[in-house]
Design a protein around this ligand. Structure first.
Ligand code: HEM
Length: 250
């Protein structure tokens, strides 16, 4: 029982590391939207054009990490619940219980967000018209490629979608602020002297992730509502106003 819990903790920590790495790389990739339509389209296209075994291999690793992380978390929460002692130390039990409950809650909402996000931007079931957004802007040759830029801008022009993303990013931030430093504890490499530093690093990383992701929907909303008087209209290319029509060239 002890060793299987330890095994689950390790699995949870290792899958957590994969997910922590993925969000950082994904955030950096998304920020290329600020470099313009050509840059983000060409970046998205180069990812889609990776050899199939690299693309599907990394998707499989990512999906496995999500499933392993969710399953081990659920299983450990259930084990903790079953093993909760009837001690007098109610405060400690309460605190540990609240922390894992909060991680479980934020984790479940993030999982629901990822499902929505895949249906929104990857599978494009929610707005099938996103799949028809094609352009030659960012294409390595004259052939049309998917217009990721216009899809992202159109997606975040919807206030509900933007607010949902920002709330989900905030919950992701809360989840990471605790989860990142817990990884070191689960792997047994968080000494007391390093605890404070790792907690600080964890919180800093979480807020960087929140800022880096949220700035995309926030910028689209700021432009839509002309929030800044000194707004620089070249910040986003003109297609921000009107998603690039089909077959358009830069
Ligand atoms: C402002 C926030 C975000 C934006 C603009 C964004 C944008 C995108 C886009 C455009 C794609 C589709 C790429 C394509 O198929 O061409 C995508 C895929 C994906 N995103 Fe995001 N994303 C955001 C936040 C997140 C977050 C916070 C997570 C995870 C917690 C996430 C997880 C994923 C996953 C798992 C995929 C599928 C990757 C694949 O196809 O292999 N995204 N995202």
């Amino acid at each position: 029982m002890f060793s299987s819990s330890l095994g689950k903790k390790y699995l949870m920590a290792l899958s957590g590391i994969v997910l922590v790495g993925f969000v950082l790389v994904h955030m950096a990739g998304n920020l290329q939207v600020f470099a313009g339509q050509e840059q983000i389209n060409s970046y998205a296209h180069s990812l889609q054009s990776l050899p199939w075994f690299v693309l599907w291999g990394s998707r499989l690793i990512l999906l496995s990490a999500i499933l392993i992380h969710a399953w081990t978390a659920y299983s450990l929460i259930m084990e903790n619940k079953a093993a909760r002692p009837n001690t007098n130390d109610i405060e400690i039990t309460k605190r540990a219980g609240w922390s894992s409950l909060r991680m479980g809650l934020t984790g479940s909402i993030i999982l629901a967000f990822v499902v929505f996000h895949l249906l929104h931007f990857t599978i494009r079931l929610i707005y099938p018209e996103y799949s028809e957004m094609m352009t030659t802007v960012g294409s390595p040759d004259e052939r049309e490629i998917h217009d990721a830029f216009s899809m992202i801008i159109s997606g975040f022009k919807n206030d509900f979608v933007s607010v949902f993303y920002i709330v989900a990013m905030f919950l992701l931030c809360r989840h990471l602020a605790h989860g990142f430093s817990s990884v070191f504890q689960s792997l047994g490499i968080r000494s007391e002297s390093w605890r404070k530093k790792l907690d600080l690093l964890s919180v800093a990383y979480a807020w960087i992730i929140f800022a880096g992701f949220s700035i995309v929907p926030l910028s689209v909303m700021a432009q839509k509502y002309q929030i800044f008087e000194s707004y620089d209209s070249t910040f986003f290319p003109p297609s921000m106003e009107e998603p690039t029509p089909k077959h358009s060239k830069k």
